[in-house]
Design a protein around this ligand. Structure first.
Ligand code: HAM
Length: 452
């Protein structure tokens, strides 16, 4: 036998038993973001490599060592997107969206690719749910985006969120701080890690990001970025904090939060969750005032965030409404089985085949299952089917069937129209608001609790 092929390192399959929960979480994002006027954009999975070297920045780890870059058969230098902000801004400029009345509000959901060492919460293909507000009004836009983010997490049932915010200042503030920080760090060069020495040359602010306890100790005495802020940056940050207070967002100022991408200016933020271990950021974002220009557009104020969906699912509260919505979304098709051995009709199709197709045309998801009753039952349970329909020869002639509703244990005799009517509520769940779903026992748990 040839050796088995497995999913590439750092990637994984999201199986049918999980996809409904993913869809429910994404449904919540669509509904909350929509309330704030954001609309979905889907950009290509790969882009010109230069988009990221220019957009995300040469000094970032992403561009420096994590990109999946390749040359295609037409000699183009391409890269699997490591993040989506640069692509969204490229699309914004390419489609002349800067000429639309501002702000332009876009959100995205999809896979991103980074060549990182895989570990819990860190994958090479991972998924982000993100949003970008372009053409915004400074602090007010930062606040709007943060409030939307918090609304999303709350709607997912998170209660103890930790929102970390900081400001990295505007261009002039950062240039001033860079010099001050370099003057402080240079004499300690010998004590710094290789990584930090490299950062001294590329982006000294990133040294503040160091996780090493030794460096953290040294950095405790470092001059603070807050002291190099221009008046404008100071006012900007104060306005963001005051908006968060006004709307009762629990936040913490994290003076060393600088973020790993080069495009940020002024406000930066992260949401962290204790449940995630070392990879504890579920969301990162901030404002960027130069990126649109850098990518060929007019000066435009941008602010946005991206949530790591894989990590979000790992720490999703046990009582999250999305779990209930996910259960409803994961209802399988009705299972139709022969109650006895049936004669094959002309043309070689089983009579069940036709019944299943008629049910589908009545709007009822249905599949055929063959075999002994226990097997059919097991299959129905594994598919989270709401019901099993048994069709015998007589029933196929007079059009009535024995139906077993798995959620309640009822056994009924119904004709096709009655059947469609009885089963319809199981499939009428419409979206992100589980409260709107018909009240009924969840088929999955009820099925699993069924005795025989
Ligand atoms: P980022 O901090 O690089 O920001 O990524 C955002 C989130 O994506 C992280 O907080 C984390 O949850 C998730 N993430 C990143 N890398 C991985 C990985 N290897 N495995 C699993 N999850 C991961 C950005 O990407 C910016 N584009 C955010 C942004 C939007 N800033 C402004 N607008």
């Amino acid at each position: 036998m040839p050796p088995r092929i497995q999913a590439p390192k750092g990637t994984r399959d999201i199986l049918p038993s999980e996809t409904a929960l993913w869809a429910a979480v994404e449904g919540t994002a669509r509904s909350v973001f929509g309330r704030y006027g954001f609309r979905e954009i889907r950009t290509p999975i790969f882009e010109d490599t230069e988009l990221f070297t220019r957009g995300v920045g040469e000094s970032s780890d992403i561009v420096g060592k994590e990109m999946y870059s390749f040359v295609d058969k037409g000699e183009r230098h391409l890269t699997l997107r490591p993040e989506n902000t640069a692509s969204v801004v490229r699309a914004f400029v390419e489609h002349g969206m800067h000429r639309l009345p501002p702000p332009v509000k876009l959100f995205y959901i999809g896979p991103q690719f980074r060549f990182e060492r895989p570990q819990k919460g860190r994958y090479r293909q991972f998924h982000q749910i993100g949003a970008e507000l372009l053409g915004g009004k400074g602090a007010e836009s930062d606040a709007e985006v943060l409030l939307m983010l918090v609304a999303f997490f709350r709607e997912l049932g998170f209660r103890d969120l930790k929102v970390l915010v900081n400001t990295v200042g505007d261009g002039p503030s950062r240039a001033a701080y860079r010099e001050t920080l370099l003057r402080f760090l240079e004499p300690h060069r010998e004590e710094l890690s290789e990584e930090s020495v490299r950062r001294l040359a590329t982006n000294p602010l990133r040294v503040l990001d160091s996780k090493s306890p030794q460096e953290q100790e040294l950095l405790a005495a470092a001059p603070r970025l807050a002291d190099s802020l221009s008046e404008k940056s100071r006012t900007h940050f104060a306005a963001v904090c005051s908006a968060l207070e006004q709307f009762e967002v629990p936040y913490e100022i994290a003076p060393r939060l600088v973020r790993g991408l080069d495009y940020y200016t002024n406000t930066v933020f992260e949401i962290v969750s204790e449940g995630l271990g070392s990879q504890n950021a579920v969301c990162g974002g901030g404002a960027y005032e130069g990126l649109v220009e850098e990518l060929g557009g007019p000066p435009t104020y941008g602010v946005g965030f991206a949530i790591g969906e894989d990590r979000l699912l790992e720490v999703l509260p046990a009582d999250s409404p999305a779990r209930r919505a996910g259960l409803s979304l994961s209802v399988g098709p009705v299972v139709v089985a022969a109650a006895e051995k049936l004669p094959v009709k002309e043309g070689g199709l089983s009579p069940i085949f036709a019944l299943v197709e008629r049910l589908r045309r009545l709007g009822i998801p249905a599949v055929e299952a063959a075999g002994k009753q226990e097997k059919v039952y097991e299959r129905a349970v594994s598919m989270q089917a709401p019901a099993i329909v048994y069709a015998g020869e007589r029933g196929l002639e007079d059009g009535t069937y024995n139906v077993r509703i798995l959620a309640t244990g009822e056994r009924l005799q119904l004709d096709e129209l009655e059947l469609a009517k009885r089963l319809q509520p199981f499939f009428s769940f419409t979206g992100a608001f589980p409260e709107a779903a018909p009240a009924r026992p969840s088929p999955a748990s009820a099925v699993l609790g069924d005795e025989d």
